[in-house]
Design a protein around this ligand. Structure first.
Ligand code: FMN
Length: 330
């Protein structure tokens, strides 16, 4: 995979990284790799593809994340995803929720390297885009480097050249998915060691990255940094990172948001409710003066019938009423 396109990425997040969110993130970060929410292979095959695989042409490079553990189904879903235009298909081996465990996919697959390797081999065979894996370091209290490395090597041999490492364990018992993103300690050094010992693999590190300097420091040891919650709650961080790493002019929040207008209006014309788009914009002024009012105007107004672009202008006007917006990389 082109190393430039994996330096910065936005994590797959259920209920969050839908197509509207990704179009917004693309505007902020023209060079980032974007990921869909996880879609189960069965849903891709039998479900409403127009909805589940909805994607706008501006989103590229964009990866479809699949859940599942049946090689044939995954292969079929990967083929459908690639034919739909996704640039990468990623297999979820990191999600710890009970629902996912019952279906025998997500993080519990870290205990089944052979099955993951068979799945990856089938997906590689079934589609013509790169197949990648997003995983944890291990499950429960399993902190065995050799077991982790064995998982990676087994899956790499099956044709996976890039791994996104959410650098903590998943605890399959006793923690909610939310706690599983916070409680198990982060071990970035495992992702670094993987890259150091297996330089032929592309390694993207993920988990708890919330500051520009921190994200930049990861590039000394890995091929890329993937941001999840911080990108969603403070999307301007994506813009700052994109400009810092790839060059270009830092644009103001207002300018960036106004560039979304043609998209918003085309979606409204198609019958999409404004609230489905504005819910992803709420954090744009996080930490800025007027940020709370911006959030409030958008979240309250977008639910009203007939809400349109003028609501976004109204929210922007509040932020602009505060003396001159800061665009420096604070
Ligand atoms: N990880 C996945 O691999 N697939 C998902 O569908 C997925 N859904 C998520 C939904 C939410 C709301 C959040 C907050 C996280 C989700 N994750 C999912 C985990 C993120 O991709 C990421 O690995 C995790 O949040 C750690 O990164 P962060 O600390 O930068 O947020």
């Amino acid at each position: 995979m082109d190393p430039q396109t994996i330096k910065l990425s936005v994590a797959p997040m259920m209920d969050w990284t839908d197509t509207h969110c990704r179009v917004f993130h693309r505007l902020l970060a023209p060079h980032a790799r974007l990921y869909t929410e996880m879609v189960h292979a069965n849903a891709v095959i039998h479900g409403d593809r127009d909805r589940l695989l909805a994607m706008d042409a501006v989103e590229h490079p964009v990866a479809l994340q699949l859940g599942g553990s049946e090689p044939e189904l995954l292969a079929q879903a990967a083929r459908i995803g690639a034919e739909h235009g996704f640039d990468e298909v990623n297999l979820n081996c990191g999600c710890p929720s009970d629902r996912v465990q019952a279906g025998r996919f997500g993080a519990c697959l870290m205990r089944e390297p052979t099955l993951v390797a068979e799945s990856v081999a089938a997906m590689v065979e079934g589609c013509d885009v790169p197949v990648t894996v997003k995983c944890r370091l291990g499950v429960d209290d399993d902190h065995d480097w050799d077991r982790f490395a064995h998982f990676i090597d087994t899956v790499a041999q099956a044709g996976c050249g890039m791994f996104v490492i959410h650098a903590r364990n998943a605890w399959l018992q006793g923690l909610s998915p939310k706690e599983n993103r916070e409680v198990p300690p982060l071990r970035y050094d495992w992702a670094y060691r993987l890259k150091h010992e297996r330089p032929q693999l592309q390694i993207v590190v993920n988990g708890g990255i919330a500051m520009q300097d921190e994200a930049t420091a990861h590039l000394d040891h890995t091929d890329g940094a993937m941001l999840g919650r911080a990108a969603y709650h403070d999307p301007y961080l994506l813009h700052r990172l994109d400009v810092a790493w790839f060059g270009g002019e830092l644009r103001s929040r207002g300018e960036l948001l106004r560039a979304l207008r043609p998209y918003v209006e085309s979606q409204l014309a198609r019958g999409v409710y404004l609230k489905h788009i504005t819910r992803h914009l709420l954090g744009l002024f996080a930490g800025e003066r007027g940020g709370r009012a911006f959030r409030q105007v958008l979240s309250e107004g977008a639910h009203k019938p007939g809400a349109d672009w003028s609501l976004i202008e109204e929210a922007l006007a509040i932020t602009e009423s505060f003396a001159g917006e800061r665009v420096d990389a604070a």
